[in-house]
Design a protein around this ligand. Sequence first.
Ligand SMILES: *[C@@H]1O[C@H](CO)[C@@H](O)[C@H](O)[C@H]1NC(C)=O
Ligand SMILES: *[C@@H]1O[C@H](CO)[C@@H](O)[C@H](O)[C@H]1NC(C)=O
Ligand SMILES: *[C@@H]1O[C@H](CO)[C@@H](O)[C@H](O)[C@H]1NC(C)=O
Ligand SMILES: *[C@@H]1O[C@H](CO)[C@@H](O)[C@H](O)[C@H]1NC(C)=O
Length: 291
Amino acid sequence: MALTTLLAASALLVPALALPPICPIGPLAPLSCHNTTAIKNTCCTEVQGQVLQVQFWDTDPATGPADHWTIHGLWPDYCDGSYTQYCDESRQYTNISCILEAAGKYDLLAFMEKYWKDDGGEDESFWEHEWGKHGTCYSTLNPSCYTDYKPQEEVVDFFEQVVRLFNLLPTYDFLAASNIYPSATKNYTNAEIMAALHKVRGVNATIECDAGQLYEVEYTFNVKGSVADGLFLPASPVGEGNGCPAEVQYLPKILSSTPTVVDSETCSVGLESTTAASTDTPGATARRAVF
Ligand SMILES: *[C@@H]1O[C@H](CO)[C@@H](O)[C@H](O)[C@H]1NC(C)=O
Ligand SMILES: *[C@@H]1O[C@H](CO)[C@@H](O)[C@H](O)[C@H]1NC(C)=O
Ligand SMILES: *[C@@H]1O[C@H](CO)[C@@H](O)[C@H](O)[C@H]1NC(C)=O
Ligand SMILES: *[C@@H]1O[C@H](CO)[C@@H](O)[C@H](O)[C@H]1NC(C)=O
C-alpha cells in the first residue's frame, strides 16, 4: 500500500521534471562559443552562439532615414560560422505586427516601421522572413525554455532584442566619427572602413559590398545566457569573409526612390478570430529571401 501510494505520488511529480531549467544569470551565465564540453542545457547557453546583428545601407531603392542604417536581422551562427535555418515550421508566423500589438509593444513596432525596412516595401513579410528563417533557430528562445510560457512571447523577445542591439550600433555615427560620410564622388578604402568599425568595438565587423558599393555590416557577438535577456559581448567574426574590394563606394541614399509600404496588417486584438489582413501568403518571403 505504502509503496503504491509512493509510486502514485512520484508519478504526479513527473511533470515537474519537464519544467524549464533554472539558468545561472548575470556574470555566472555561461558564454556561448566558450564551452569546453558539449552544452548540457541549450536553454541556458545558445547553441548557435555566434550572433550577428546585421544592418543595411540601402541607397536605391533607399530605405530609412538618410543618416541612419537600417536593420536586416539578428542571425545565429554556430561557432565555426556555419548555421541552420528555418528551424520550426510550426512557428513560421505571418502576423508579426499583430503579435507585437497584442503584447502592447507599440513603440517597438513604430521603431521597426522606421528602421527595419524592406527594399520592396514589404516590411511585415521581411520581419516574418527574419523570424522564420533565423529567429526560430535560437535554442535559448525555444518555448520549452520559458516558465509560464505564453504563446509567441519568444517572438516578442526576439524583436525587442534585435532593436536593442541595433540601437547600440549606430553605424552611420561609427563611420562619421572617422570622417566617413556617404559620398557620390569620393571613394573610401576597405581598410579605413574596417578600421573605423574596429575602433568603436575593439573587434572587427564584417562588411559586404555589391559591385563595390557598401550595403551591409555585420556585428558579431557571443552571448552570456539567453538571447532574450542575456549579456551580448562583442566577438571577432569567425567564418564570414570580408565581402568588399580594396576600394569601396559609400553612396548617399536616393530618398526619392524609397518604396511605399505595401503589406501593413490590421489586427483585432483580443478577439478569438484574429484577422491579420496582410497581403502575405503563408511562407511568403520578402525579396531578401536570398539572405
Ligand atoms: C560546445 O557545445 C556544442 C553543442 O553541444 C558542441 O557541439 C561543441 O562541440 C562544444 N564545444 C566543445 C569545445 O566541446
Ligand atoms: C498569430 O498567428 C498565430 C498562428 O496562426 C496565432 O496562434 C496567434 O493567435 C496570432 N496572434 C495574434 C496576436 O494575432
Ligand atoms: C570609385 O569606385 C568606383 C567603383 O569601383 C569607380 O567606378 C569610380 O571611378 C571610383 N571613383 C573615384 C573618385 O575614384
Ligand atoms: C581585422 O580586419 C583587418 C582588416 O581586414 C585584418 O587585417 C585583421 O587581421 C582582422 N583582425 C582579426 C583579429 O581578424
